[in-house]
Design a protein around this ligand. Structure first.
Ligand code: BG6
Length: 305
C-alpha cells in the first residue's frame, strides 16, 4: 500500500526501496529511506507520539510562525516558544487529497488551522497546508500559508524547514562541506547574532568552537550541496521562496544539554535549514504564500574537486 496510517503517523512507500514517514505531531517528516538507506537523522530519545508535547528532535520539523525565540517587544508572539507552534501541534491528515500518482510518486497533504490551544497563544487566523511528495529520486516538501479573506489584519511570519541530514556512518560534521556559500552574508548565532559577516570559504566545513556551528546565511543560493571530505556521496538541496539557510550543529558539549539528543547524536547529522527568516512575510487577507524544498542524494558523487 503506498499510503498507510497508524495512530501517530503516515507512511508513504514507493517501490521496494523508498519510503517516508510523517508524524501527525508537527507534520514532521521523521524518516526518509531512499535506495534502502535512511537519509534523515531522528534522535532515538525523541517521541513521535501526539501525546508527547516536545517537538521531534530530527527529521524536518516546521518552524512557524517564528524562527528562533520570539522577537522582543511584540505582543503577537510573546507567548510562543522557540520556533513557534507548528512543530508541536497535531496536524490533520487530509486523506482525500493524498494520492498515489503511479510511478510518478506518492503525495500526502496535512493541514493546520487555529484550535483553542493555538488561539490562546497566537491571535491571528491562518491556514497551513503542507504537501510531502515522495518522488522516484527525491523528496519534496511544500508549505502553503494562507491568510483568510475574512482576516482584519495582515499575517506576519517567518518560516523554516529544519532538516536534519543524516551523515554517512564514517563521516563526522567536521568532514562535511556545504557549497556554494562563498561571498554570502551571514549572522553567527554562536557569536551573538548581532553583526553580519561575509563567508569567504569556497567550501563551508561544518566546524566551530567546540564543534558548534549556528549560522544564518542570508539570501543564500537556491541550490545547495552537501559533500563529504574523503568520501563519495552528496545531497542536493533545492529551495524555493525561502531566502535564507541555517547551518546548525550543536557540537558535543552543547549537545549534552539537549535532553532528547541521543548519545553522540550530534556526530550523526548536520542541519541545513531553508527558511524565510531575514525578512518577514506579511500576508494580506485573502493571500497565500508558498515556500518549498526538494532534496536528493547521489551516493556516487565525487567530492575530490
Ligand atoms: C536552529 C537554531 O535552527 O535550531 C539554533 O539556529 C537552535 O539556534 C536549533 O539551537 C535547535 O533548536 P531547538 O529549539 O529545536 O532546540
Amino acid at each position: 500500500m503506498p499510503i498507510t496510517r497508524d495512530a501517530h503517523s503516515i507512511t508513504l512507500t514507493l517501490g521496494e526501496f523508498s519510503s517516508t514517514r510523517i508524524a501527525l505531531k508537527g507534520a514532521t517528516v521523521y524518516s526518509y529511506v531512499q535506495s534502502g538507506t535512511e537519509r534523515l537523522f531522528t534522535s532515538s530519545l525523541s517521541s513521535i507520539e501526539t501525546s508527547d508535547p516536545a517537538a521531534i528532535r530530527g527529521g524536518v520539523p516546521i518552524c512557524w510562525p517564528i524562527f528562533g525565540p520570539p522577537p522582543e517587544g511584540n505582543e503577537l508572539y510573546e507567548k510562543l516558544k522557540q520556533h513557534g507552534f507548528a512543530r508541536t501541534s497535531v496536524w490533520e491528515f487530509v486523506e482525500e487529497e493524498s494520492v498515489c500518482e503511479g510511478e510518478q510518486g506518492v503525495k500526502a497533504l496535512f493541514k493546520l488551522e487555529p484550535n483553542s490551544s493555538i488561539s490562546s497563544l497566537f491571535a491571528l487566523p491562518f491556514s497551513l497546508h503542507y504537501t510531502v511528495r515522495l518522488l522516484p529520486s527525491s523528496l519534496s516538501l511544500s508549505l502553503v500559508v494562507s491568510s483568510p479573506s475574512t482576516a482584519i489584519a495582515p499575517l506576519p511570519f517567518q518560516s523554516l524547514l529544519h532538516a536534519y541530514f543524516r551523515l554517512p556512518p564514517s563521516v563526522l560534521p567536521a568532514q562535511t562541506e556545504v557549497t556554494p556559500l562563498e561571498n554570502v552574508s551571514y549572522l553567527d548565532k554562536v557569536q551573538g547574532n548581532k553583526e553580519e559577516f561575509v563567508e569567504r570559504r569556497k567550501k563551508v566545513v561544518v566546524e566551530g568552537p567546540k564543534g558548534e556551528v549556528d549560522r544564518v546565511y542570508l539570501r543564500a543560493p537556491d541550490r545547495l550541496r552537501i559533500g563529504y571530505q574523503g568520501e563519495k556521496g552528496s545531497v542536493e538541496v533545492r529551495k524555493k521562496n525561502l531566502a535564507d539557510v541555517v547551518l546548525w550543529n550543536p557540537g558535543p558539549e552543547k549537545a549534552q544539554t539537549i535532553k532528547d539528543m541521543e548519545p553522540q547524536g550530534c556526530e550523526r547529522y548536520i542541519c541545513l535549514e531553508p527558511g524565510q527568516t531575514s525578512s518577514w512575510v506579511n500576508l494580506e487577507p485573502g493571500q497565500s504564500w508558498t515556500g518549498s524544498m526538494e532534496v536528493s542524494w547521489n551516493d556516487n558523487d565525487d567530492n575530490s574537486q
